[in-house]
Design a protein around this ligand. Sequence first.
Ligand code: PLP
Length: 347
Amino acid sequence: REILPARPPFSSMVAELKAKLNANENPYGPSYSAQQAVIHSVGRGNRYAWKELFDLINKIAGKEGIPANHIMMGPGSSDLLEKVAMVCFQKGGNIVSADPTYMSLVNVAKAVGAGWKAIPCKSDWSHDLSAMEAAIDANTRLVYICNPNNPTGAVTSGKELYDFCSRVSEKVPVFIDEAYMELADAGATESMVTLLAKNKNVIIARTFSKVMGLAGIRVGYIAALPSFLESIDQITRGGMGIAYTSIFAASASLDDGAFQSMTIERNLATKNWLYAELDKLGYQYINSHTNFVLFPIRKPGKTFLELMTAGGVGVRAFEIKNKPWCRVSIGTMEEMQLFVNTLKSIS
Ligand code: PLP
């Protein structure tokens, strides 16, 4: 459960923060090439972008090794998470997911009437796949897996997840949110997109908001079987929501491997520096495969948030296993130094 600050969350998310470490954004983006692409495309923004969108879909399909009709674009993956929840749970049912996990899809499912079967993560914070499988019943409409998981940063083994999805997707669709996949340690886990070639009913969500640095430009997609995408298309307009300029920014970002590698390298180096600082201060963090770190704190979540915000540092707080935790995004070295100094000063 997330602990919200005393002030309305959005004002504290944007207010006078010197280090904005609360939304797992990329502190280096958008890349120069993405910025140029926006500038050069804005003059054609009087047109709907159907052809340009299709060009982007083809590029993504090539990268993922799947046909273009397996992809649906959205203005950020949030849009698609929510659409999937609205469509899958319009007639009720239940959703099975880990707890804790990223709540965007689950919250919309609950809001439209679904029951939530929350399965605690294992002691290493990976998904408890056998307990999740056992929780599926005749009313289960979707299984949601976030890998690497948010807010923990932990991964679930690629092989175990692959076997789980292969089996379970015969009964019920499995949604795998891979927002942070590019940031996972090499070999730690893998994308489930390969299951689509085996005709499995899985839905993989990817975003341009993290490693590509386009959180405010809003581009994401889901990869799924055409039959599943058609069910979404019947009551929504997938793809329609992306701005003309965002399509060009996304396309340029896909081509900019150097920017992505720079982000991955700097994220890792800064995260390792943070680990060393937390070690010195005696905080026991969860090993993270993302651009954020979760660790238990020594003050109630609300007090902690207020003190950090007063120091100009925006972070998030959660109540997990009856303890307060801080989730801090990996920013620039300068931002992380401010975070550590503020943490020291309030301890
Ligand atoms: N999925 C996960 C796990 C996330 O952490 C986020 C954002 O932080 C999203 C999806 C949504 O990202 P966006 O809508 O920017 O693609």
